[in-house]
Design a protein around this ligand. Sequence first.
Ligand code: SF4
Ligand code: SF4
Length: 180
Amino acid sequence: MLRYAMVIDTRTCIGCGDCVVACKTENNIPAGLNRDWIVEATRGTYPDLRSEYRSERCNHCSHATCVYSCPTGASHYWNNSNITVVDPSKCTGCKACIAACPYDARLIMHPGGYVDKCTFCNHRVAEGLDPACVSSCPTQCMHFGLLNDPRSIVSQLLKRRKHKTLLPETGNEPNVYYLT
Ligand code: SF4
Ligand code: SF4
C-alpha cells in the first residue's frame, strides 16, 4: 500500500488559517463547512507553557475505522493507498463513518446530503502536486509525501525531528504527524 503522510511543524505554524481558506477554495466547500480546521492547544507544564497551533483534518489512517464501518462501500481507500475518500453516488448518508471516526473529520455535505471529508487533495496528488493546504502555507510548515520513500521530505523530517500523532491509542494508525 502507498502510504502518504502530512507532516506539520507546530513550531512554525502561526494559526493564520490560510490552509483552511485554500481548502475551501480548491474543493468548493460550502459556507459554514470545513474539511480542515485550526486548534490552539497548550503544551508543557506550568510555568513552562507554550501555545501550539495545529492544522487538523482527516488523518488518512492506515487502519481507517470509517472505511471498515461503511455498509455500502462508499468510504474506501483510493488507488492502493491510505488516502480515504467517499464515493457520493454510493453514500446513503447513514453516518456510520461519522460515528466511527475518532477525529471528527467527516461532515455532511449540503445540499447533496452525502458525507464529505479531506481527500488529501487526491486530484492534485494524481498530478504530482502537493495538497492545496500544503501549497498555500505562508510559513511552509506543512509537508506532504510518501512514507514508503525513505528520501521523501516527510520520511526525512520524521527521522530527524521529534513528532507525535493524535490519538494513536485508537489503533487507527493516523498519517498526519506533528513536529513538536
Ligand atoms: Fe477515517 Fe477519521 Fe481516520 Fe479519516 S481520520 S481515515 S475519517 S477514521
Ligand atoms: Fe483540504 Fe486538500 Fe488540505 Fe485535505 S489535503 S485539508 S482536502 S486542502
